[in-house]
Ligand binder design. Structure first.
Ligand code: ATP
Ligand code: MG
Length: 359
């Protein structure tokens, strides 16, 4: 099939790379100059809503998908009149806005953080209780912890905090963060990867570890995943991020309507990576296969590349896989990731200790 991917970052890059048998033909659309996926697929450098490009895609391609959730929804609706867009523009519309997302959780009786819609300083003053701690986030365009402010009794509330519509969330006191990767194909075939545990540093994902210490929560996570897939009539990979609270219950944080950083370990750690799962789901070529998984960890390379000396030390001690996104270093930018697998969980924990000592 001919597949158009809106957004040509590392996620699109890994989707194209996953198709090792070259079953499909890809085009990537992205306004930036030489983004990661442009090394592996034909690239149109343009805004996502460029009419000529939308027309070209709708007339010459079989299916469209995204690697970036903030594409223009009305542009996706235009394409959707002629060829399928997976996930659907309406699913994107929900996932682009934290309030829509949380409202959907509420509608489906999915536990989530207490939240308030904030459009003015008055809204903020009316909802902040000085005895509690919060996070104020912009409703749209936030990622990697950007556009988020912690609010507690010492914070002086001012209009500067609200440059665009916001959501105020109560801070969840959590034992851990986990994510569920759900996959649903055009024909309805659905599967879930086991929960992964995610560790963040300064709001950015630092490490993902499979298996998590919360395997007993898998059934409830899948129940939530199924409700969301059903409600959004979702096709493709959907990721749900959760907090595990002090009662070891799942509290939904947010969704990503795409392949996700917490699933990168599946390239080496699974016989079916999240990237090939997404492509086969949207092209309706998903074969039911038993998932074979290896205990794995994934570490994000952020802001600057890992020195050659450290790579050497790591490679001498561990069987690591390095993925380079071919990006210029910049503060808090994801430049690549490293994965390592192990034969069992104990061995994985040893490997994580060794890895952290060197890195
Ligand atoms: P990403 O794109 O990396 O998933 P994001 O910018 O979309 O991140 P969130 O996932 O909502 O934003 O927040 C980033 C991190 O900040 C969370 O993984 C968590 O560690 C922390 N965080 C966010 N909201 C809360 C909350 N309500 N309570 C406690 N911690 C939170
Ligand atoms: Mg998140």
């Amino acid at each position: 099939m001919k597949i158009a991917i809106f957004g040509a970052g590392q996620l699109a890059m890994m989707m194209v790379q996953a198709d090792t048998e070259k079953n499909h033909e890809y085009i990537v659309i992205d306004p930036s100059q030489s983004p990661p996926a442009s090394k592996y697929a034909k690239h149109i450098q343009t805004e996502y809503s460029d009419l000529k490009t939308l027309d070209e895609i709708a007339n010459n391609y079989d299916v469209a998908t995204i690697d970036f959730e903030n594409v223009d929804v009305s542009a996706m609706r235009e394409i959707d009149k002629k060829i399928p867009v997976h996930p659907s523009p309406s699913a994107l519309e929900i996932c682009q806005d934290r309030i829509n997302e949380k409202n959907l959780f509420k509608l489906l009786d999915i536990k989530t953080t207490l939240y308030y819609e904030i459009n003015s300083l008055l809204d903020l003053e009316n909802n902040v209780d000085s005895k509690k701690r919060y996070i104020l986030k912009t409703r749209r365009f936030g990622y990697d912890g950007k556009n988020q402010y912690r609010i507690n009794s010492n914070t002086s509330l001012s209009t500067n905090l609200i440059s665009s519509p916001c959501i105020l969330e109560e801070l969840v006191d959590f034992n851990a963060e986990v994510s569920l990767i759900a996959v649903r194909s055009v024909n309805g075939n659905t599967f879930f990867y086991p929960l992964v545990e995610n560790q963040h540093k300064e709001g950015i994902l630092d490490m993902s570890i499979y298996p998590s210490n919360y395997q007993e929560l898998q059934a409830s996570a899948e129940k939530i995943g199924t409700k969301l897939l059903d409600e959004m009539k979702y096709i493709g990979v959907l990721v749900i991020e959760f907090f595990v609270d002090k009662n070891n219950e799942l509290i939904a944080n947010e969704m990503a309507p795409r392949v996700h950083n917490s699933g990168h370990w599946t390239i080496e750690g699974s016989n079916v990576s999240q990237f090939s799962a997404h492509i086969s789901a949207i092209t309706n070529t998903m074969k039911s296969k038993e998932l074979r998984l290896k205990p794995s960890f994934m570490y994000n390379i952020i802001s600057k590349h890992v020195s050659e000396d450290k790579i050497l030390q790591l490679s001498n001690k561990l069987d690591i896989h390095i993925h380079d996104y071919h990006k210029t270093p910049r503060d808090k930018r994801k430049l690549g990731h490293i994965t390592c697998t192990a034969k069992n969980k104990d061995r994985l924990e040893e490997k994580i200790r060794d890895f952290k000592e060197i890195i």
